[in-house]
Design a protein around this ligand. Structure first.
Ligand code: DLL
Length: 433
């Protein structure tokens, strides 16, 4: 039977959810107008005042907020509460430009941990479980978010953080971890290491995993489920909005329910900013309606996604978002064609490879080149040149039919591509350097 952490809201009627969103949005806009001069100026420039916002149907009147705004207002410019009321800071893992810092009051932390607890319960967690948190702890939100959620559910929490993979496996075995929380690429690495240590899925107690923080394909889900002998659930979020738990997967494993009592989602055309009807693909935009310290109105995530309000077999009534297809800024334009790393991953996994690959893009004599380096699995490893050529050709064909352009494929020896303990680096674009 499906279990919920907060059934009264997770299964509420659509009317109740809408009424709650209307009420919270109106209050949030007023809070921001009164306390954040940066926002007030942006709203004034667009000719909007809090009086114009009566409910979600007025959302489109508000200005967007982008990462550029967050950088410009760094570090305190978007803060809506006095610092003395804030109890925590987290920061994005971005490698370029100024980091984005987000602030939390105790109430913000509480609500965020509730969202993570909802995700854990949806994945089957109870107070009988041992929850192994192998997301990074620190400025990154993954570790603290799932850690807090795990406490709320009453799981025995193992705050391992990432790294030291053999030790992780020792603890999983010795302390009987049943739920694993980490990035999907780290879950795959843990699975690979277990295999090398001679462990089969039935020798480890894990039953479920909560994996997110990076794009991962359906094929990668199957791979992780088989290697670890678990059910693998997706979880989505971003530092700017709190961290993991903006949305989470349920037993249906077909898209993530958005915690709509805290976040209002929209899909927009990334070029024009126009709001798109449900079911269309575009950029995901969120408004946080309960955040006190660092509230964001219409924040452009740059994640490309679709929404669906089709009823879900799990009984939750929150709308669902599909797996993000990648970030608009991760999308590669190669010889004029849009390519997402996740499309390449799908081809590789369908042809029996693991998710250990790297995409190298360059520009030679004014023409873009796409080189996909793929690790052979230990089972298929060979030094027979004819066999390697045959396999490479097969992959080139698969990629051509998926992407519509030709790529070079280089098969490399097992274990030669660096493993990731956090978010995997899939693309090296030498054109930007
Ligand atoms: O990655 C928060 C998080 C931690 C989510 C742990 C889930 C689990 P940031 O480092 O700020 O926050 O990165 C946010 O990561 O805009 C997406 O592009 C990407 N992302 C997060 N979750 C998913 C997911 C955390 N499930 C950025 N699928 C987001 C695809 C994801 N991409």
């Amino acid at each position: 039977m499906e279990r919920y952490y907060q059934p009264e809201i997770e299964t509420a009627s659509r009317e109740k959810i809408k009424a709650l969103q209307d009420e919270r949005l109106v209050k949030q806009v007023k809070h921001i107008w009164d306390n954040v001069p940066y926002y007030r100026k942006k709203m004034e420039e667009k000719g909007v005042t809090p009086d114009d916002i009566k409910g979600t149907e007025d959302l489109h009147k508000l200005p967007f907020v982008t990462k550029a705004d967050l950088r410009e207002a760094y570090p305190y410019g978007l803060l809506a509460k006095p610092l003395k009321d804030c109890v925590r800071i987290h920061s994005t893992s971005g490698t370029t430009g100024k980091r984005v810092v987000a602030f939390y009051t105790q109430n913000d932390i509480d609500l965020w941990e509730d969202c993570c607890a909802r995700a854990l319960v949806a994945a089957g967690a109870t107070d009988e479980d041992v929850c192994h948190v192998a997301y990074g702890y620190g400025l990154f939100t993954g570790g603290s978010g799932l850690h807090g959620g795990s406490h709320k559910v009453g799981c025995l929490t193992l705050p391992l953080s990432s790294g030291n993979t053999e030790r992780q496996i020792m603890f999983i075995k010795d302390l009987q971890s049943t739920i694993l929380c980490c990035t999907p690429s780290y879950a795959a690495y843990i699975g690979e290491t277990m295999k090398e240590m001679g462990l089969t899925p039935d020798q480890i107690p894990l039953k479920a995993g909560i994996f997110g923080a990076e794009a991962w394909s359906e094929e990668m889900r199957q791979d992780i489920q088989n290697t670890l002998g678990i059910k693998a659930y997706d979880i989505y979020g971003l530092t700017e909005l709190s961290g993991p738990g903006v949305s989470f997967e349920c037993s249906a494993q077909s898209g993530m329910h958005i915690n709509e009592d805290h976040f209002i989602a929209e899909i927009i055309d990334p070029e024009t900013g126009e709001v798109l009807p449900e079911g269309e693909k575009g950029e995901l935009v969120f408004t946080s309606i309960t955040k006190e310290a660092f509230p964001l109105l219409r924040y452009r995530t740059r994640d490309i996604c679709m929404l669906s309000s089709e009823p879900c077999s799990c009984g939750r009534t929150f709308i669902k978002m599909c797996k993000p297809m990648g970030r608009s800024d991760d999308m590669l334009i190669i010889r004029g064609v849009n390519v997402f790393p996740s499309q390449i991953e799908t081809v590789l996994l369908n042809q029996g490879y693991s998710a250990n690959y790297q995409i190298i893009v360059d520009r030679v004599k004014n023409t873009d080149t796409l080189d996909v380096q793929v690790e052979m699995t230990p089972e298929m490893f060979t030094d027979n040149v004819g066999e390697i050529n045959r396999r490479q050709k097969e992959l080139v064909e698969g990629l051509r039919s998926m992407l519509g352009i030709s790529a070079k494929v280089t098969l490399v020896a097992p274990k030669s591509i660096v493993r990731s303990e956090g978010k995997a680096v899939r693309v090296i674009d030498k054109r930007k350097i």
